[in-house]
Design a binder for this molecule. Structure first.
Ligand code: ANZ
Ligand code: ZN
Length: 816
């Protein structure tokens, strides 16, 4: 039979579907593995990054099934979100129709790729059932005080009368109508993730070993805990008077109290309340105001690049020296960190130094190297010895921090303070295609939670998506309701939730058994059995937000009593990007490879083999058409050579010692491939080396005619390769082995026992040559082989003694 990927792949895909081959067992006494890949957004079609992601998880899932584990390998769709609405605005499609059409198409693609996902647990986060459970959790979190409402600054398009997401703001303008956006203060809902900041940081320790170091560091930096000193800087009388005595002081935070004597100016964020007051009370000239405006409208990232500032003609008094210090506005001071104001020490901070140079401000050094001089024209940022620092002179600057903080505390002029970069998570979005926030606004009762029995609060389908305003707010009837508490007229919250909420708990939902799918989100027992996720596989782009939010939800659910562990993902594998011609595959670059076309031409097995063979999972994968062709040829040859196999229901028993040297070598290669495979799954994940091992084994088999050796070889090799190229392996296995070999295989140690050894041959202690002998050769035989091979040196001599040092050498002591 000719190898035909089309026929074979279709046949097995039907077989797996019909036999429900990949549904997990509900028997919780079995050992389990939970293999999860990050679920896709239903954009319409899979791209190669997806294919790589799911090929990896599928390989793990199939391997562990073979090893006898009860495997959960689910898939779903992260199906709420802006692109569905954007498509609606552009093409007039309905977000729901667009989303579910895409889901159907992509499910078809999953099938043609042979992914062994559980069908029964498939979900889309826009399903009403999913919304229902999620809204229930939101209510729980509100009751726990973990969700609150406050004003926050949003991007607002005055033309479209709508809030814009950051990605919809292009160069400060609306992506649709190019109107410059303005910042608008609006009520927003926030999750109190900062309450878990310390735990989210501390528990990173529990993930060491299981997660890539890089991801742990990114999480740590994002949480950004720093210890330091907070204190007030007081205005002098003239400045206070200028501010109409509205402000006596402002608060600053520093992580470097040791530099306190070196403060030469202070800086406020452009959004600081003192600045706002000064603008409102015309205490600043127009030029200054316009500079401030520009600073405010620059993103916080760009504000770190080119430093700009304006002086305010205000002065504060140094808390220890009484010196007068000028107050500036600086663009690099951010309002949402610390107190939005800093003490600046140009002598010891690069940023402050650049700013001082630019505006010709004083630079006062107070720390010097323990030995030698500090470099000129540069901030000295290292630890050193304090000078010009009053009673702290001579101290180690690092150690002095403790003393200086203590001094401030004793004098009651400052306090030891811990700050976090982590901010509370703003979750409300003013758009349609998201899960409605299940609250009601009542004139009498305020914000009231919906009753759980009324959930889900589903989206109306008859909406107009125009890109103007919030469709839920514009809908004629949807928001009007009765107050769940007092029954009077009220209206619903029209904000929907950030889609990161859905992806923060989907891995828990997959644990629910299909029997109780409608009844509950999941049960404690199911969670206890399936969690944590043994292998979580996905892109590095989710290293911060998604993983942090999922960790946060896990901790909240623990505190709500839904589960009893701290971390959801035991092992994390972040796959590398897929490149073509050296650049990331992307539509905009026009360098994508369409998975469907590839499968049409070569089949899914080829795509999967290429992906796993071309690079280790964590590295970038460079697309290579000839390597794809090579993968196809390998599979074809693997299939063709299976004709050397003889049908059997058990692995053939082979008498190893009776084999020829070449036969022994072929067997050894087969078992080496098996050892390598087990190794790869257990720690290294370098599937490329595993596949290379199989290729070597097939090359060795190719020189053989012994059908037992072929049968044994294929029994093992198809088992190793099944997780990678499942269709062709099931085909071969069903034809010759009745599918009995797709299970854990035993490593036979006997094939690794070396049957020949190399011995040195010396004459009078001088090494002359080498011989190869069989390990079971007798002493007499070895000596005679040695004599033979050393005959040229022995000629004309008389042997006095023959010495055999086992496994090492033969020495002849001679005379003459
Ligand atoms: C004086 C000083 C001297 C500072 C020195 C640093 C070095 P991390 O470690 O990231 O927490 N800072 C404080 N609030 C700020 C804000 N809202 N926007 C911008 N910068 C701010 O950084 C804390 C340091 O960043 C603080 O310590 C402060 O500058 C600055 F040689 O105070 B430092
Ligand atoms: Zn009410």
């Amino acid at each position: 039979m000719e190898y035909s990927s089309k026929t074979i792949e279709k046949e097995w895909q039907e077989y797996w579907a019909k036999n429900k081959s990949f549904e997990p067992d509900e028997d919780f006494t079995k050992e389990k593995k939970y293999i999860l890949s990050m679920f896709p957004f239903p954009s319409g079609r899979l791209h190669m990054g997806h294919v790589r992601n799911y090929t990896l998880s599928d390989t793990f899932a199939r391997y562990y099934r073979q090893q006898g584990f009860n495997v959960l390998h689910p898939i779903g769709f992260d199906s709420f979100g802006m692109p569905a609405e954007n498509a609606a605005i552009k093409n007039g499609s309905h977000p729901k129709g667009w989303t579910y059409d895409n889901i159907d198409y992509m499910k078809g693609e999953f099938k043609t790729l042979g992914f062994s996902f559980s069908k029964e647990r498939e979900l889309a986060t826009s399903d009403e059932l999913y919304t229902k459970f999620e809204q229930g959790f939101i209510i729980d979190m509100f009751e726990k005080g973990l969700l609150y409402r406050k004003k926050g600054l949003l991007n607002w398009c005055p033309h479209d009368q709508t809030v814009l997401a950051n990605e919809q703001v292009v160069d400060g303008c609306c992506w649709r109508c190019d109107t410059p956006i303005v910042k608008k203060d609006m009520n927003q809902y926030y999750f109190k993730i900062t309450q878990y900041g310390d735990e989210l940081l501390e528990d990173l320790k529990k993930l060491e070993g299981g997660w890539p170091k890089q991801v742990l560091t990114m999480q740590e930096n994002w949480i950004g805990k720093s210890n330091g000193l907070a204190f007030d800087l007081f205005f002098d009388d003239a400045s206070s008077a200028r501010l109409n005595n509205k402000f006596k002081s402002f608060d600053v935070f520093t992580t470097r109290p040791d530099t306190i004597y070196g403060v030469s100016y202070t800086a406020l964020a452009p959004e600081h309340e003192i600045v706002t007051y000064m603008i409102q009370n015309t205490l600043l000239d127009d030029e200054t105001i316009s500079k401030i405006k520009t600073m405010k409208n620059t993103s916080s990232i760009d504000r770190q690049k080119e430093k700009t500032g304006v002086p305010l003609n205000l002065h504060v008094v140094h808390p220890l020296t009484g010196k007068s210090i000028p107050v500036w506005i600086a663009n690099f001071v951010l309002m949402d960190y610390g107190s939005g104001a800093v003490m600046a020490v140009p002598a010891h901070d690069d940023r402050d130094y650049d700013f001082a140079k630019k505006y010709d401000l004083e630079i006062n050094a107070v720390i010097k190297p323990f030995e030698g001089e500090a470099e000129p024209d540069k901030a000295f940022t290292e630890v050193g010895e304090l000078f010009n620092s009053g009673e702290f002179d001579g101290m180690n600057s690092k150690k002095s921090q403790y003393n200086i903080i203590k001094y401030f505390e004793e004098k009651r002029i400052g306090k030891k303070t811990t700050n976090y970069k982590l901010k509370d998570w703003g979750v409300s979005r003013q758009r349609y295609w998201g899960a409605p926030i299940p609250f009601v606004h009542c004139d009498d009762c305020g914000i009231v939670m919906e009753k759980k029995e009324n959930l889900p609060i589903a989206l109306p389908e008859d909406v107009e998506i125009t890109g103007e305003g919030n469709p839920l707010d514009n809908h004629p009837t949807w928001k009007h309701c009765k107050c769940p508490t007092c029954g009077k007229y009220a209206f619903r919250e029209t904000d929907t939730m950030d889609t990161f909420v859905e992806s923060s708990w989907y891995f828990l939902r997959f644990c629910a058994s299909p029997q109780n799918w409608e009844k509950e989100a999941f049960s404690k027992e199911q969670i206890k059995y399936w969690m944590g996720v043994d292998h979580y596989i996905g892109g590095i782009e989710h290293a911060i937000l998604h993983l942090l939010y999922a960790r946060f939800f896990t901790k909240v659910f623990r505190d709500l009593g839904y589960l009893d562990f701290d971390e959801p993902f035991d092992k994390l594998l972040t796959q590398g990007m897929v490149l073509k011609d050296g650049a990331k595959m992307s539509k905009s670059k026009g360098n994508t490879v369409d998975p469907d076309a590839l499968i049409e031409k070569y089949g899914a097995d080829t795509a999967r083999l290429f992906i796993l063979f071309a690079a280790p999972p964590t590295q970038e994968l460079e697309w290579n058409d000839s390597a794809v062709e090579g993968a196809y040829k390998f599979i074809k040859r693997f299939f063709d050579r299976s004709s050397n196999v003889v049908k059997t229901n058990t692995i053939p028993a082979i008498n190893h010692s009776s084999l020829s040297k070449d036969e022994k070598f072929a067997r050894k290669k087969v078992y080496e491939a098996l050892v390598r495979a087990n190794d790869v799954y257990n720690e290294r994940y370098t599937f490329n080396t595993m596949i290379a091992g199989v290729m070597e084994a097939i090359n060795a088999l190719n020189t053989q005619s012994n059908s037992d050796i072929w049968s044994e070889g294929y029994w093992i090799l198809t088992s190793i390769m099944e997780p990678v190229i499942p269709h062709v392996c099931w085909q071969i296995s069903s034809e010759y082995f009745s599918l009995k070999n797709l299970c854990a295989q035993k490593v036979l140690e006997e094939v690794f026992v070396e049957d020949s050894i190399t011995l040195g041959v010396s004459i009078n202690g001088k090494r002359r040559t080498e011989i190869e002998v069989s390990i079971d050769d007798s002493k007499e035989k070895i000596i005679s082989i040695a004599k033979e091979s050393a005959s040229k040196w022995l000629e004309g001599t008389y042997i006095i003694k023959e010495i055999l040092v086992p496994n090492k050498l033969v020495n002849f002591v001679v005379k003459g």
